[in-house]
Design a protein around this ligand. Structure first.
Ligand code: UTP
Length: 299
C-alpha cells in the first residue's frame, strides 16, 4: 500500500457552540495557552510524516489562512527589535508543511468536507485529522494507526471509551476483537445515538486513515443526522458493505491516552488549564495560583 503523505484537516464548520467568539474567528484558531488549537494538530501531522496538509476552509477562515502564511511586516518589526525567539514563533507555522486550501462553500457536514478533498488526494490512502481535537504528543497514536492500515488494509479510525451518558455526542462503534488488545474490527457505526441505542461506549474521535474508496462512498451518501452528510455513515458503508478487496473494511485503534477536545466550551477550558499547568515557563506559577483558587472555591 502507498505511504500516506497527505492529510486533510476540515475547518469549515460553523463552530456554533462557541458563538459569538466564532462569528468571525474560526474555532480552530482559539488559543490553547499561546498557540491556536489548529497548530498543535498540524504539528502532530508533520511529526507523523504528513507534510502535505489540505485545509477544507470556508467563510470567516481568513485568520487561519494568514496564520500559516509568512508575515513580512511583523518579522521586519521584530527583527528591528532583535527579538529572534519571537521571529521563530511567527515563522514556524508557515514553515511547518506544504499547506493547501479548498473551500467547502456551505458546510454540509463532515462527510461533505472530506469529499471536497477528492481531487487533491487522488487515488492514495490519506489521513483526516480534526482541527479541534488535540492528542497529546506523548501519546502519539498515528504510527499505530499506520501499522493497522498496513496489516488489514481498508480504513482505520481511532476509538476512545467514554461514559455512557456522553456517547450521544459521538459516533458509536460496534466492534469485534482482534489478536491485538489495542485493535478492533468495526462492524457497525451509529452517529450520535441515544444512550440506550448505542452499540457500545466506544466513541469515534478525530483521527482517521482512509482508503480512497471513501470518496466513491461519500459521493453516494445521502444527508443523515441533522440533514448533514455524515462521515460516520460513509464509514459504516465501508465497514459493512464493501469487501477489503474493493478497498472496504474498517479497523480501529483503541486510544487510552490524553486527548483535549477544544470544540466544546467546558472541555476547552479544561484543555487550556491542563496544558498550562504542564508548561515549564507558566506551570509553576499557574499551579500555585490554581491551588489557592480551588482552595478558595471549597466544595
Ligand atoms: P464539529 O461538528 O465539531 O464542528 O465538526 P462544527 O459544526 O463547526 O461545531 P459546532 O457543533 O457548530 O459547534 C468537526 C470538525 O469538522 C469541521 C469543523 O470545522 C470541525 O473542525 N467541519 C464540520 C467542516 O469542515 N465542515 C462541515 O460541514 C462540518
Amino acid at each position: 500500500m502507498a505511504k500516506v503523505t497527505k492529510v486533510v484537516v476540515p475547518v469549515a464548520g460553523y463552530g456554533t457552540r462557541f458563538l459569538p467568539a466564532t462569528k468571525a474567528t474560526p474555532k480552530e484558531m482559539l488559543p490553547v495557552v499561546d498557540k491556536p488549537a489548529i497548530q498543535y494538530v498540524v504539528e502532530e501531522a508533520v511529526a507523523a510524516g504528513l507534510s502535505d496538509v489540505l485545509f477544507i476552509t470556508g467563510r470567516s477562515k481568513r485568520a487561519l489562512e494568514d496564520h500559516f502564511d509568512s508575515s513580512p511586516e511583523l518579522e521586519a518589526e521584530l527583527s528591528k527589535q532583535n527579538k529572534d525567539e519571537l521571529i521563530k514563533k511567527v515563522k514556524d507555522p508557515a514553515d511547518l508543511a506544504n499547506i493547501h486550501f479548498v473551500r467547502q462553500g456551505t458546510p454540509q457536514g463532515l462527510g461533505h468536507a472530506v469529499f471536497m478533498a477528492k481531487q487533491h488526494v487522488g487515488h492514495e490512502p490519506f489521513a483526516v485529522l480534526l482541527g479541534d481535537d488535540l492528542i497529546d504528543p506523548r501519546d502519539y497514536v498515528l504510527k499505530k494507526m499506520f501499522e493497522v492500515q498496513e496489516n488489514f488494509g481498508g480504513s482505520v479510525v481511532l476509538l476512545m471509551e467514554v461514559k455512557p451518558e456522553e456517547i450521544h455526542l459521538y459516533g458509536s462503534a460496534q466492534v469485534e476483537k482482534t489478536n491485538d488488545d489495542a485493535v478492533v474490527k468495526v462492524v457497525d457505526l451509529v452517529e450520535k445515538p441515544n444512550q440506550k441505542d448505542a452499540p457500545s461506549n466506544y466513541a469515534v474521535i478525530g483521527r482517521y486513515l482512509f482508503n480512497p474508496k471513501v470518496f466513491e462512498v461519500l459521493e453516494k451518501t445521502k444527508p443523515g443526522k441533522n440533514g448533514e452528510i455524515q462521515l460516520t455513515d460513509a464509514m459504516k458503508t465501508l465497514a459493512k458493505d464493501i469487501s477489503p478487496a474493493e478497498g472496504g473494511g474498517l479497523h480501529a485503534v483503541i486510544f487510552k491516552g490524553r486527548r483535549y477536545d477544544t470544540g466544546d466550551k467546558l472541555s476547552y477550558l479544561q484543555s487550556v488549564v491542563q496544558l498550562a499547568v504542564e508548561r515549564e515557563d507558566l506551570g509553576p506559577e499557574f499551579k500555585k495560583w490554581l491551588k489557592k483558587f480551588t482552595g478558595e472555591l471549597g466544595n
